[in-house]
Design a protein around this ligand. Structure first.
Ligand SMILES: Cc1ncc(COP(=O)(O)O)c(C=O)c1O
Length: 378
């Protein structure tokens, strides 16, 4: 089955009891047993498993081409459960030199205290990742591509090779691309991470996370910790993400088309100093993006002529582009990473430029979006 068909059908057979076409929200914590240990359908307690969550987990696994999907309360909950499953005190991780600020914060402020050492790779290229490896100690290589917020591109297949040459696992945060545009497991990654809050949910109405694993043994280990640590997604949140996934393909097509028009306008605008978008032929990762992505996504960042205060003023003047954190919803968002999503990396090697503005280009009529951006740029 092709992607769009899997998005609508995987894990989503009509309900066997009622025939309901949409998987019901099983808003229950526990399940009646037919005699001690007599479970109906294998469900005993909703931290361990819940049918609405199972539907989402099956669907996400099918979309990423993995053996098993696991749904969490947030993207960071998924990251945390994964890291605690694959790393321990004394281990080392290599992370991107430009990553979501919350991911960096989890490494720097949480896991480092528990003995997980890490090195940010000095660029997105394979050499930077190779140079950061510590043979024997590096257990995980973490890649985000495209990166948040600078839209850097990492070569997944090449970095998988570097990781595996050193007996490390490759984890890819696929939040920006979504499985519609890029499927890291097919390129050699071991685990895919999602903030399903973003394109998967797609409507800015739910916070969630997911992992998809390529190996049954590793999946078993992480699933054990999902239950043992308990950061699971609730049934209604799973239902919302699953509903969003059904339209992922058509939404992504429109996000990409609108983003390309926005990029065309920004690159020609006198108030814009630099545009970051992997679809631009002069973007450092363009050739790799062409190789591993179906299209270039709906996220665009740019630097504003006039520095940080002017970048903040552009964000404040925007009106149809809503000033807010997060991304990947149907509505367009604008934000100032330095003071908002990436404030947590200030003073670190991952600090972002102060004159940077990030757009999550939505699926509204593109002419309205262009008009709003032009007035915001002044
Ligand atoms: C690329 C990326 N990964 C992970 C996360 C964390 O996800 P969540 O906010 O759902 O915990 C985010 C959140 O913005 C993100 O942008």
């Amino acid at each position: 089955m092709q992607f769009e068909t899997r998005a609508i059908h995987s894990g989503q057979e009509p309900d066997p009891t009622t025939g309901a076409v949409v998987p019901p929200i099983y808003q229950t914590s526990t399940y009646k047993q037919d005699g001690v240990g007599g479970l109906r359908g294998g469900y005993e307690y909703s931290r361990s498993a819940n049918p609405t969550r199972s539907a989402l987990e099956e669907c996400v696994a099918a979309l990423e081409g993995g053996r098993r999907g696991l749904a969490f309360a947030s993207g960071l909950a998924a990251e945390d459960t994964l890291l605690r499953s694959i790393c321990g005190p004394g281990d080392h991780a290599v992370i991107p030199g430009d990553a979501y600020g919350g991911t960096y914060r989890a490494f720097a402020k949480v896991h480092e205290r528990w003995g997980l050492d890490f090195t940010p790779a000095a660029g997105h290229d394979v050499d930077a990742f190779r140079a950061a490896m510590q043979p024997g100690r590096t257990k995980v290589v973490w890649v985000e591509t495209p990166t948040n917020p600078l839209l850097g591109i990492a070569d997944i297949a090449a970095i998988a090779q570097v990781a595996h040459d050193n007996d490390a696992l490759l984890v890819v945060d696929n939040t920006f691309a979504s499985p519609y545009l890029q499927q890291p497991l097919a390129l050699g990654a071991d685990v895919v991470v999602h903030s399903t809050t973003k394109y998967m949910g797609g409507h800015s109405d739910v916070v969630g996370g997911a992992l998809v694993l390529a190996d049954d043994g590793l999946a078993e280990q992480v699933a054990f910790n999902q239950n043992a640590m308990g950061a699971v997604a609730g049934p209604f949140d799973c239902w919302l993400v699953l509903r969003g996934i059904r339209t992922l393909g058509v939404r992504m097509d429109r996000h990409c088309a609108n983003a390309e028009r926005v990029v065309d306008m920004l690159t020609a605008h006198p108030k814009v100093a630099e545009v970051f978008y992997p679809g631009l032929s002069d973007h450092a990762g363009h050739d790799v993006a062409v190789k591993q992505m179906k299209a270039f996504g709906g996220m665009v960042s740019f630097r504003v002529v006039g520095g940080e205060e002017e970048a903040v003023a552009v964000c404040n003047r925007a009106s149809l582009f809503t000033l807010g954190e997060s991304l990947g919803g149907v509505e367009s968002l604008i934000e100032h990473p330095g003071r908002m999503t990436h404030a947590s990396v200030a003073g670190s090697p991952l600090e972002v430029p102060g004159d940077l503005v990030r757009l999550s280009v939505g699926i509204e009529a593109v002419d309205d979006l262009l008009e709003d951006l032009r007035q915001a740029l002044g």
